[in-house]
Design a binder for this molecule. Sequence first.
Ligand code: AMP
Length: 431
Amino acid sequence: MSFAALGLHHSLLAAVAARGYAEPTPVQREAIPLILAGRDLQASAQTGSGKTAAFALPLLQRLHTPPESPRALQTLVLAPTRELAEQIAQVIADLARDLPQSVKVVTAVGGVSINPQMMALRGGADIVIATPGRLLDLLAHNALSFRGLQTLVLDEADRLLELGFEDELDELLQALPSPRQTLLFSATFPDEVLGLAAQLLRDPARVEIAAGPPAVIQQRAIAVDAPRRTQLLRSLIETHGWPQVLVFVATRYATEHVATKLRRAGIGAIALHGELAQMVRREALADFKAQRTRVLVATDLAARGIDIAQLPAVVNYDLPRSAVDYVHRIGRTGRAGEEGVAVSFVSAATEAHFRLIEKRHELALPREVIAGFEPTETEVPAAATGGIKGKRKSKKDKLREAAGQTRTVESAAPASGFVWPAWRGAAKDQT
Ligand code: AMP
């Protein structure tokens, strides 16, 4: 099926072609006609599935932009992080570039001064992409009105709730007019997201794109002692000649520490974490996206939702806390049909935790051992919390640690016997 068959305006078709999209992805094929028809939508789709264009294209087509001032806000997109909001705004602005009427897109995110955003909203806007906290601030300043709002998009609804935006969302939703069209996108549908969907959506159409990252992602697990991970990382980058790597670590400190070590070894690396000033975060991401930096060392929060074309490798230097985060992380590679590799470092202390992740995803990755980096730790060092992120140990974390203490790394298999596993339920039509 072609984009033209979806009934899109020729200038949108030109924009899509200019971005190199040959045909719609599955979520685009299903969602675009439903959104054009004005339906509410409950869509399960990951970042990487093409979901941004899936809502941006039909919403741009449906936009009415009378030449009056102030422009009434028609479309509001809520996103969990500043980076994702900025990325969505960029995609929308690109796609709208050749439309006959100009479209005003304003990004309203926290962490930067509110004044330029208030200025930008003077005279109104057609589309606002926002994180919930800043949007409430702007509302309190009377910087915008929802009176003419036609469509609300909640992007990554699961993450919005995970990050504790529930109260802000409640407050915002009270302020929004109805009836309106509401589109809810989420990678996962725990009870809280289903509750939100039930509260917000009217007779929604459901779009489900098979969960899990595309099959083009090769997953590897390498057994290594925790103190040797930076050296192993360096060695892998050099051996494989990866032009770019996204490295996930558990803490802000680790982002700086690993990035510094790599830089000292002559590998261009930058740290990205939530406590950096927004300007610095933006620059770090822009440098990485423009391939001016080879390695980005990031925490989960900072890296959520970011889209980097053709990212060849993701490394779990520290393991993700949850099985869901594992999917989000490794989904940063293998984007839109490109091949990618996701490597997880597993030590004696984190072995039990990684097994839980494998179990959740019905994976059984052989533990590779890399020559020169053979693990020697056989039991959990007393102080190790491994890659399990979090300030306080949960009951589950303690159980995992207890399990880890009795384990040795005898499961480490020689690299030669390694077989790439097929991902369970990989999106069949995503190739
Ligand atoms: P998203 O899920 O919106 O973050 O998109 C993931 C990546 O897929 C982005 O790099 C998009 O530019 C790209 N993309 C979106 N739609 C298509 C398409 N129809 N064909 C090829 N790439 C696409």
